[in-house]
Write a protein of this length. Sequence first.
Length: 487
Amino acid sequence: MNATFTNVGRIPRAGVLGTAVGGVVLTMAILTSSVLYAQYSNAFLIDSDEIPASFSSTTYLSAGLTQELGDDLSVPPVPQVSTETPSSSLQDDTAVSTDEPLFNPDDYLTKSEFQDHASKLAWKKGDFTFTPYGFVWVNAVMNSQACVTDCFLLYNQSPDQNDAASCGVDARTSRIGMKIDGPKVCGIYDLSGTFEADFQGAANGSRNKGQMQFRKAYIELIDKANDARLEFGQDWDTISPLAPQMLNYLPCGFVGNIGYRRAQIRYEKGFTFSPDFKSKYTIGIADPFPGDFLTTPGVSACSGGWPMVQGRVAFSFGEHCHCGRATTIGFSGHIGQNVYQFSGVTARTPTWSYNADLDVPIGRRFRLLGEYFFGENLSTFCGGINQGVNNVTHESIRDRGGWICLNSKLSDKLTNNIGCAIDQPFEDDLQGMAGARTCNKGIFTNFLYQWNKALMTGLEFGNWKTEYLDMAPGENLRIEFAAQYLF
């Protein structure tokens, strides 16, 4: 894969530029929302059951795929629907089995349909409804070149560091979670909370002793009548919400797909102008935790004195022109600051990004997804090939990249994905760093077979290359098999 970006001269750093552009975008979003609401307020008072999951008040399910898939498999049935989509009136006390598929990856899932399915898996205690979810996951991997890490790919090591091949079998991606729906607030807002964990926590390098890793814990208040949502807690970033369909634990993480989980407070508001045109605005503040030098001796990292700000504007249209599936275009960004102490030297490093995401259905069997990003100090977002700040110059590292994926439904049970991705920091910002990674890119394809609503198996092939500033590149032919038992 020979795709690269060309340096086009020094681009101004975030300071004034990031604040100005971010302020303009935010101001335009607020003004647009206010004007449209004033002119079309009657159109917004719609039945939430008519809103497809792609513009539900809890997630960005643009045709069923979001960054929520980022740490696991993004294949049908989409596991995050049961964890993210609101359900406020689940009725059944015990789980009831059914042979009917819970999710159809080609169709939207309305909220009422979700409630019907989820009620068969939940139980009640007083005013509270508990819905457990999760999956057992096992994957087997072969790498032709040593990489970080063996069982899921972030980037390849240089053969000058380690030229050994590797393989592994791992079950730590298995996940458990609980969604708890509570009583209404003020008779208007649906109240719920979600907690989720997997077993990819630090385990002293031993794969058979995976420790529980905290993933998500948040409270949400949902106003269905006005398609609005308020969230408090740890969840996925607002920016760049999609993900390529891969078996890798972190699909294209540090290879063009940015976004991760962090504590935040955010507000979402959707608008429906017609059955074929909808929009959603999201704004929030998030924990600005740093991504570099967290365990480096002599370096102290902190978040700075103000929260990170994130925002996104999304538009969905053409639902009735594309076999009932809408095209979704999103624009997002963030701005914040980290502070590092290097042996008495204080470095205040900005972090910011401008991003675009696209989800286009092509008939009933195909879907094209992709994202592009440009920003600075993005290691905490899985950008920069895990390099956000230069440890020699103490300045932040600019970065750009993206990914594209074609999803093909070959039959009712068999799905194919083919895609490519790239993450390429600016070489000028890496000067002086020993072992600096200058480009991380690759292509992949996989075949995923859904045996029934619970069991999926998949096989993935990838060719990945990591280039270095002062060492030979690491090239990796990677084969991965995975099995998922969803519950």
